[in-house]
Design a protein around this ligand. Structure first.
Ligand code: PMP
Length: 364
């Protein structure tokens, strides 16, 4: 029989494997404590929740330009609101940026152990994803620069990096930017920036403000506790923001998302508390993992709201993953990213982190 004619996806689209989100239930449907998606264990600012309840009626379209929200972001960060573009999560902006600057025949560069969405983003626009070897589980600026070819159009760097938590200091970000050709777009993905000690700021927003080839992206999904509202933003030079605004989704931030993010932004005490809580629990948890070093457990130093634990002894990554799931904790095991002997664990509340450390001690 002749096959029934049907629309055919482009070949580069057929090559895409779907993004795999962190699970929230066991294979048997049992609810688990979810520490697999880097959500905020403190929840959401109460002021933001109150604003969400009072948002504009859902029968009405939202402000297509998220004007009040961009103005508030601009005030907080000292950025002209005209130089801010909103995204349905920062993930939308990664797609929008790559789609605007790369296509078939072009290369999109990122590190080994980078955020898994970058490969999907590169493939979706028809470009060739180029993965550059990491150094100590993090971005290697020298290797990234050495991998640039005349076909390179976009470079993605998350700082801190997901899933490894590694962090490049300001001087390394500057060295990367200085070494790139001026016509290559550098996307500095700052999804976890609010978790970094402000004294260690990596200068991404400043680079984006002063160079035409830098897009810095941020999100409300992590420290702001709004992963479910899907709000992200990016900033860069006027021509860059203009092109992204032309191709982003119209009305891409809904009424309740705009209202909630606006109130969340005003509650900086919540963000500060989230950062302080995270830094404290991350240090406590990391120390407990390091104490299991004689069993082959090791924590990659993290500046984010999660820690990558390496299993280099008798206990395998898979056995640790299953052991935690059996006891009610779902974390991230990433064999498809070359991290079969590792788990990425979101920093949760103290009781859960102590329980996880105790389970790992028992399993090791
Ligand atoms: N960048 C990085 C590095 C991330 O880890 C994530 C979320 N996993 C995102 C971007 C996208 O997040 P969102 O679309 O929720 O802003």
């Amino acid at each position: 029989d002749a096959p029934c004619p049907a629309p055919r996806p482009k070949p580069w689209i057929e090559a895409i494997h779907a993004y795999v989100p962190g699970k929230s239930a066991g294979d048997d449907g049992r609810p688990l404590v979810k520490l697999s998606a880097n959500e905020n264990p403190l929840g959401t600012s109460p002021a933001a929740l109150a604003a969400r309840a009072k948002a504009v009626a859902p029968s009405l379209y939202p402000d297509a330009d998220s004007t009040a929200l961009r103005e508030a972001i601009g005030r907080l960060h000292g950025i002209d609101p005209a130089l801010i573009v909103m995204g349905t999560g920062s993930g939308e902006l990664l797609h929008t940026a790559a789609g605007a600057f790369a296509g078939p025949g072009d290369e999109v560069l990122y590190s080994q152990y980078a955020f898994s969405l970058y490969e999907i983003v590169a493939r979706r626009c028809g470009a060739e994803p180029v993965e550059v070897p990491a150094k100590d589980y993090g971005n290697d600026v020298t290797a990234l620069l050495a991998a640039v070819t005349p076909q390179t159009r976009v470079v993605f760097v998350a700082n801190p990096n997901n899933p490894t938590g590694t962090f490049l200091p300001k001087a390394e970000i500057a060295r990367l930017h200085a070494g790139l050709p001026a016509d290559v777009l550098l996307v500095l993905d700052q999804a976890y920036a609010e978790y970094v000690d402000p004294a260690d700021d990596d200068g991404s927003l400043e680079l984006a403000a002063t160079h035409p080839n830098v897009l810095a992206t941020r999100t409300f999904s992590k420290a702001y506790g709004l992963a479910g509202e899907r709000v992200g933003w990016g900033t860069g030079a006027a021509p860059l923001i203009d092109v992204l605004n032309r191709i982003r989704g119209a009305f891409n931030i809904g009424n309740s998302a705009q209202a909630t993010a606006l109130a969340a932004l005003a509650d900086q005490d919540f963000v500060t508390h989230s950062r302080t809580h995270n830094a404290g629990e991350r240090a406590r948890f990391t120390a407990k993992v390091e104490a299991l070093g004689n069993h082959g457990l090791r924590a990659v130093p993290s500046e984010a709201n999660f820690v990558l634990i390496l299993f280099e002894g008798r206990l395998s990554g898979e056995a640790a993953y299953k052991g935690l799931a059996d006891r009610g904790y779902i974390v991230r095991w990433l064999p498809s990213q070359g991290l079969a002997q590792a788990l990425r664990i979101t920093i949760g509340n103290r009781a859960d982190m102590d329980a996880i450390a105790a389970i790992l001690r028992e399993l090791a």
